[in-house]
Design a protein around this ligand. Structure first.
Ligand code: OAA
Ligand code: MG
Length: 387
């Protein structure tokens, strides 16, 4: 059993939307295929992966370093004998050969994308959905049969007014979502409060609205927003300051007793641990948003979850960033608290299986072997080209 090829391509996910920090007018995404010599139903098993929005395609890093390391490794060292399958942990070790610790920049995205494809292949070789394989191997067998999801959008784009923002949120409710997320921080505080009130007017209560500043604020601005947001009782206040400014996050907690969320831009278990040690995040109410596709994949994610547990955090406090099916599988299989969803943006990578509707803010997962990409036709069409 061996990996015979790893192919990658960069695709555009450009759109005119913007958050408080970046616009997505030139956003790209890597798609990866890990081709194996294992045959199922008459065809070689191919695992697929892609990286989350917000970091650009990683083809250069993959071509220059990562793909060759896997293909040059002795194939026998990449096999999990006990399960008669590929060993994602051994593949991860091969990927990270001769990489120094620290400085978890974009190599974590390149590795996370390949890792996703390896896990897709592993579950396909095992003939079961990834979330079931994860639950069997790591959680005593029981997967969650549905996962809480929220609708992320509420972006800024040129000419968008409150009526359009309201229509967008209404359409999420019509599609079964109960909690929505919107961007803040690219307008004045006053204008953002009017936008938030417009959205609360549609969804009924602040407790169903999360806001995301994408790391834009300095401490003074973060605190000014905190004071202004408090009366709304929002679902969460996300990424107020720079993702690596743990002191800011800790200070902010002194001014905001509602739930806060952060972590989408922490790319390693060491960074996650630093947030939990020094960021003042509160295990009884706050949310962690680590995204496997940006942070060295599921192999590393398990280390992050272990760090959380050691520091007194339940896995249920994690609601990953990224709105992708890989995190949905991890959420169901490893008992996270939910998953982000992008019903409209970042297509065809955002959203879940075609045939599965959101019901009362929850989704089920398809029974297809692997991550379930084949159950999302527009996404699979992009992937299949590679194999
Ligand atoms: O706008 C982005 O970069 C995406 C983001 O923060 C989120 O989904 O939480
Ligand atoms: Mg965010």
């Amino acid at each position: 059993m061996r990996i015979v090829a790893i192919r990658e391509k960069t695709v555009s996910i450009a759109s005119p939307i913007a958050n408080a920090y970046i616009d997505f007018s030139k956003m790209t995404c890597s798609v990866v295929a890990v081709v194996t010599d294992v045959v199922r139903e008459g065809r070689p098993v191919v695992g697929y992966g892609f990286n989350s929005n917000g970091r650009y395609g990683q083809g250069a890093l993959m071509r220059e370093r990562f793909i060759a390391r896997v293909l040059e490794a002795d194939p026998d060292t990449l096999v999990d004998e006990a399960n008669d399958n590929l060993d994602p942990f051994a593949v991860w070790t091969a990927l990270m050969t001769n990489e120094k610790p620290g400085g978890h920049g974009e190599r974590s995205v390149a590795v996370g994308t390949i890792d996703m494809a390896v896990w897709d292949a592993v579950a396909k070789i095992a003939g079961k959905p990834l979330y079931r394989l994860l639950a069997e191997r790591y959680r005593g067998g029981t997967a969650d049969d549905r996962v809480w999801v929220y609708a992320a959008g509420g972006y800024y784009y040129p000419g968008k007014d409150h009526a359009e923002l309201r229509d967008e949120m209404k359409s999420y409710l019509d599609r079964g979502y109960r909690v929505v997320k919107m961007k803040i921080g690219a307008a004045s505080l006053d204008e953002d409060l009017r936008r938030i009130e417009a959205v609360i007017g549609v969804v009924g209560e602040g407790g169903r609205v999360a806001v995301d500043a994408n790391g834009r604020f300095d401490l003074g601005t973060a605190v000014a927003y905190a004071k202004a947001l408090k009366p709304y009782g929002l679902f969460w206040y996300e990424e107020a300051g720079d993702p690596l400014d743990y002191a800011l996050q800790a200070e902010l907690a002194e001014h905001y007793d509602g739930p806060m969320a952060t972590g989408e831009n922490l790319f390693s278990h060491q960074d996650a641990r630093n947030l939990l040690r020094y960021g003042g995040m509160r295990p009884d109410r706050d949310y962690l948003q680590f995204d496997c596709a940006l942070s060295y994949g599921l192999v590393e994610y398990m280390r992050t979850l272990a760090q959380m547990e050691a520091l007194g955090w339940s896995s249920r406090r994690v609601v990953p960033h990224g709105g992708h099916q890989m995190s949905l599988n991890i959420a169901a299989g490893l008992h996270l608290g939910g998953n982000e969803s992008y019903p409209d943006v970042f297509q065809p990578f955002g959203g879940f299986a075609d045939a599965i509707a959101v019901e009362d803010g929850h989704v089920r997962l398809p029974d297809d072997p692997g991550v379930g990409f084949e159950a999302k036709s527009k996404l699979y069409a992009v992937m299949r080209d590679l194999a």
